[in-house]
Ligand binder design. Structure first.
Ligand code: NAD
Ligand code: IPM
Ligand code: MN
Length: 326
């Protein structure tokens, strides 16, 4: 039996994940769903944001649906989501941004770069070591190449090799692998790429880059489709997989039933495709499109429908299509 761990996390995670879970339960009542409580709130209550026992529970699942966790800028606090990505070795972070006339897949290296965790902090100086390894680069560029081959076959490598020697290694390994793989590819400095992707989104397909560049690029690229409420992601490793919206816990809107649950719904769709149900994933997407087409929208898209009510509309659309399909 397929077992799905459900992590709401903090903030709007408690609002958007229940919407996505209901849709999964409708499409797959035969799966087992079990909650795992981690995050900043848990740390405030117990002093521990994520115990080893929680990690073991997550590892026991076939896939994880994750909301968002608050990660405060505190010297001694370790982000729960970063810990999970690291210990489950979820090295490929796939962040699709799809709109009219373009279909971009940002492939973010998810375990090293500026997120190495190797840091020294004193009162007057703080350093973070940016680590790029051959092994880490080879596995991310190979994932990106595989995706490019399944899609339109075009790959863009984003880096800052003009300044960072660590990115000279990243770029050179990526270019060599791309050349050998026979895909069409180019490379760009990440700052120029960040503007060009907004101006000419149709010229991009798969964009592979290092950890923090992929983080920033995915938030900014979400502008093309209406913002963070819409972009899902997959964190994939060789053994485990976690699916989550690109957005965070959004404390500015949390608890008001106004968050857009589409990113969470699409993350559930990516989870289903990973579990072998691509048709189910497509059904979620077409239900979202149908609901938007009749003008049902959350506040970020100019509408006034609440998070839960949007979820109900998607559920009714799915049920209606179920009847039609019979
Ligand atoms: P955020 O993504 O939470 O919010 C940025 C802006 O986008 C806010 O104005 C928010 O209201 C809006 N927004 C986000 N999701 C939305 C949605 N579904 N519908 C409508 N509007 C939405 O980023 P932030 O404010 O910089 O960070 C808040 C907290 O979340 C921080 O503690 C941060 O570290 C954390 N965070 C966690 C994750 C994660 O768990 N994967 C990801 C990003 C940020
Ligand atoms: C994301 C977030 C995380 C990241 C933070 C919360 C640690 O911004 O998932 O995009 O930087 O990866
Ligand atoms: Mn981010």
């Amino acid at each position: 039996m397929i077992r799905i761990a459900i992590v709401e996390g903090d903030g709007i995670g408690h609002e958007v994940i229940p919407v996505a879970q209901k849709v999964l339960e409708l499409l797959h009542p035969e799966y087992e769903y079990f909650p795992v409580e981690v995050g900043y709130h848990r740390w405030e209550m117990t002093g521990c944001p994520c115990a080893d026992r929680d990690i073991a529970d997550l590892k026991s699942a076939d896939a994880i649906l994750f909301g968002a966790v608050t990660t405060p800028p505190m010297k001694d606090y370790q982000s729960v989501v970063l810990r999970i990505r690291k210990v489950l070795d979820l090295f490929a972070n796939l962040r699709p941004v799809k709109g009219i006339g373009f279909d971009i897949m940002i492939v973010r290296e998810n375990t090293e770069g500026l997120y190495s965790g190797i840091e020294e902090i004193s009162a007057d100086r703080a350093t973070t070591l940016r680590v790029v390894t051959r092994e880490g680069t080879e596995r991310i560029i190979r994932s990106a190449i595989q995706l490019a081959k399944q899609r339109s076959g075009k790959l863009t490598i984003g880096h800052k090799a003009n300044v960072l020697k660590s990115d000279v290694l990243f770029r050179d390994i990526c270019l060599a692998e791309a050349k050998d793989a026979g895909v069409s590819y180019n490379d760009k400095f990440i700052d120029a790429l960040a503007l060009d992707i907004l101006q000419h989104p149709a010229s991009y397909d798969v964009v592979v880059t290092t950890n923090i560049f992929g983080d920033i690029l995915s938030d900014t690229t979400s502008y093309l489709v209406g913002g963070l409420g819409l972009i899902p992601s997959a964190n994939i490793g060789d053994r485990y997989a976690l699916f989550e919206p690109v957005h965070g816990s959004a404390p500015d809107i949390a608890g008001r039933n106004i968050a857009n649950p589409i990113a969470a719904l699409r993350s559930a769709g990516m989870l289903l495709a990973y579990c072998g149900d691509s048709p189910g994933s497509n059904r979620i997407e077409s239900a979202i499109q149908d609901v938007l087409a009749i003008g049902i929208k959350t506040r970020d898209l100019g509408g006034s429908t609440g998070t839960q009510e949007f979820g109900e509309a998607v559920l009714s659309m799915l049920r209606r299509k179920e009847v039609h399909n019979r």
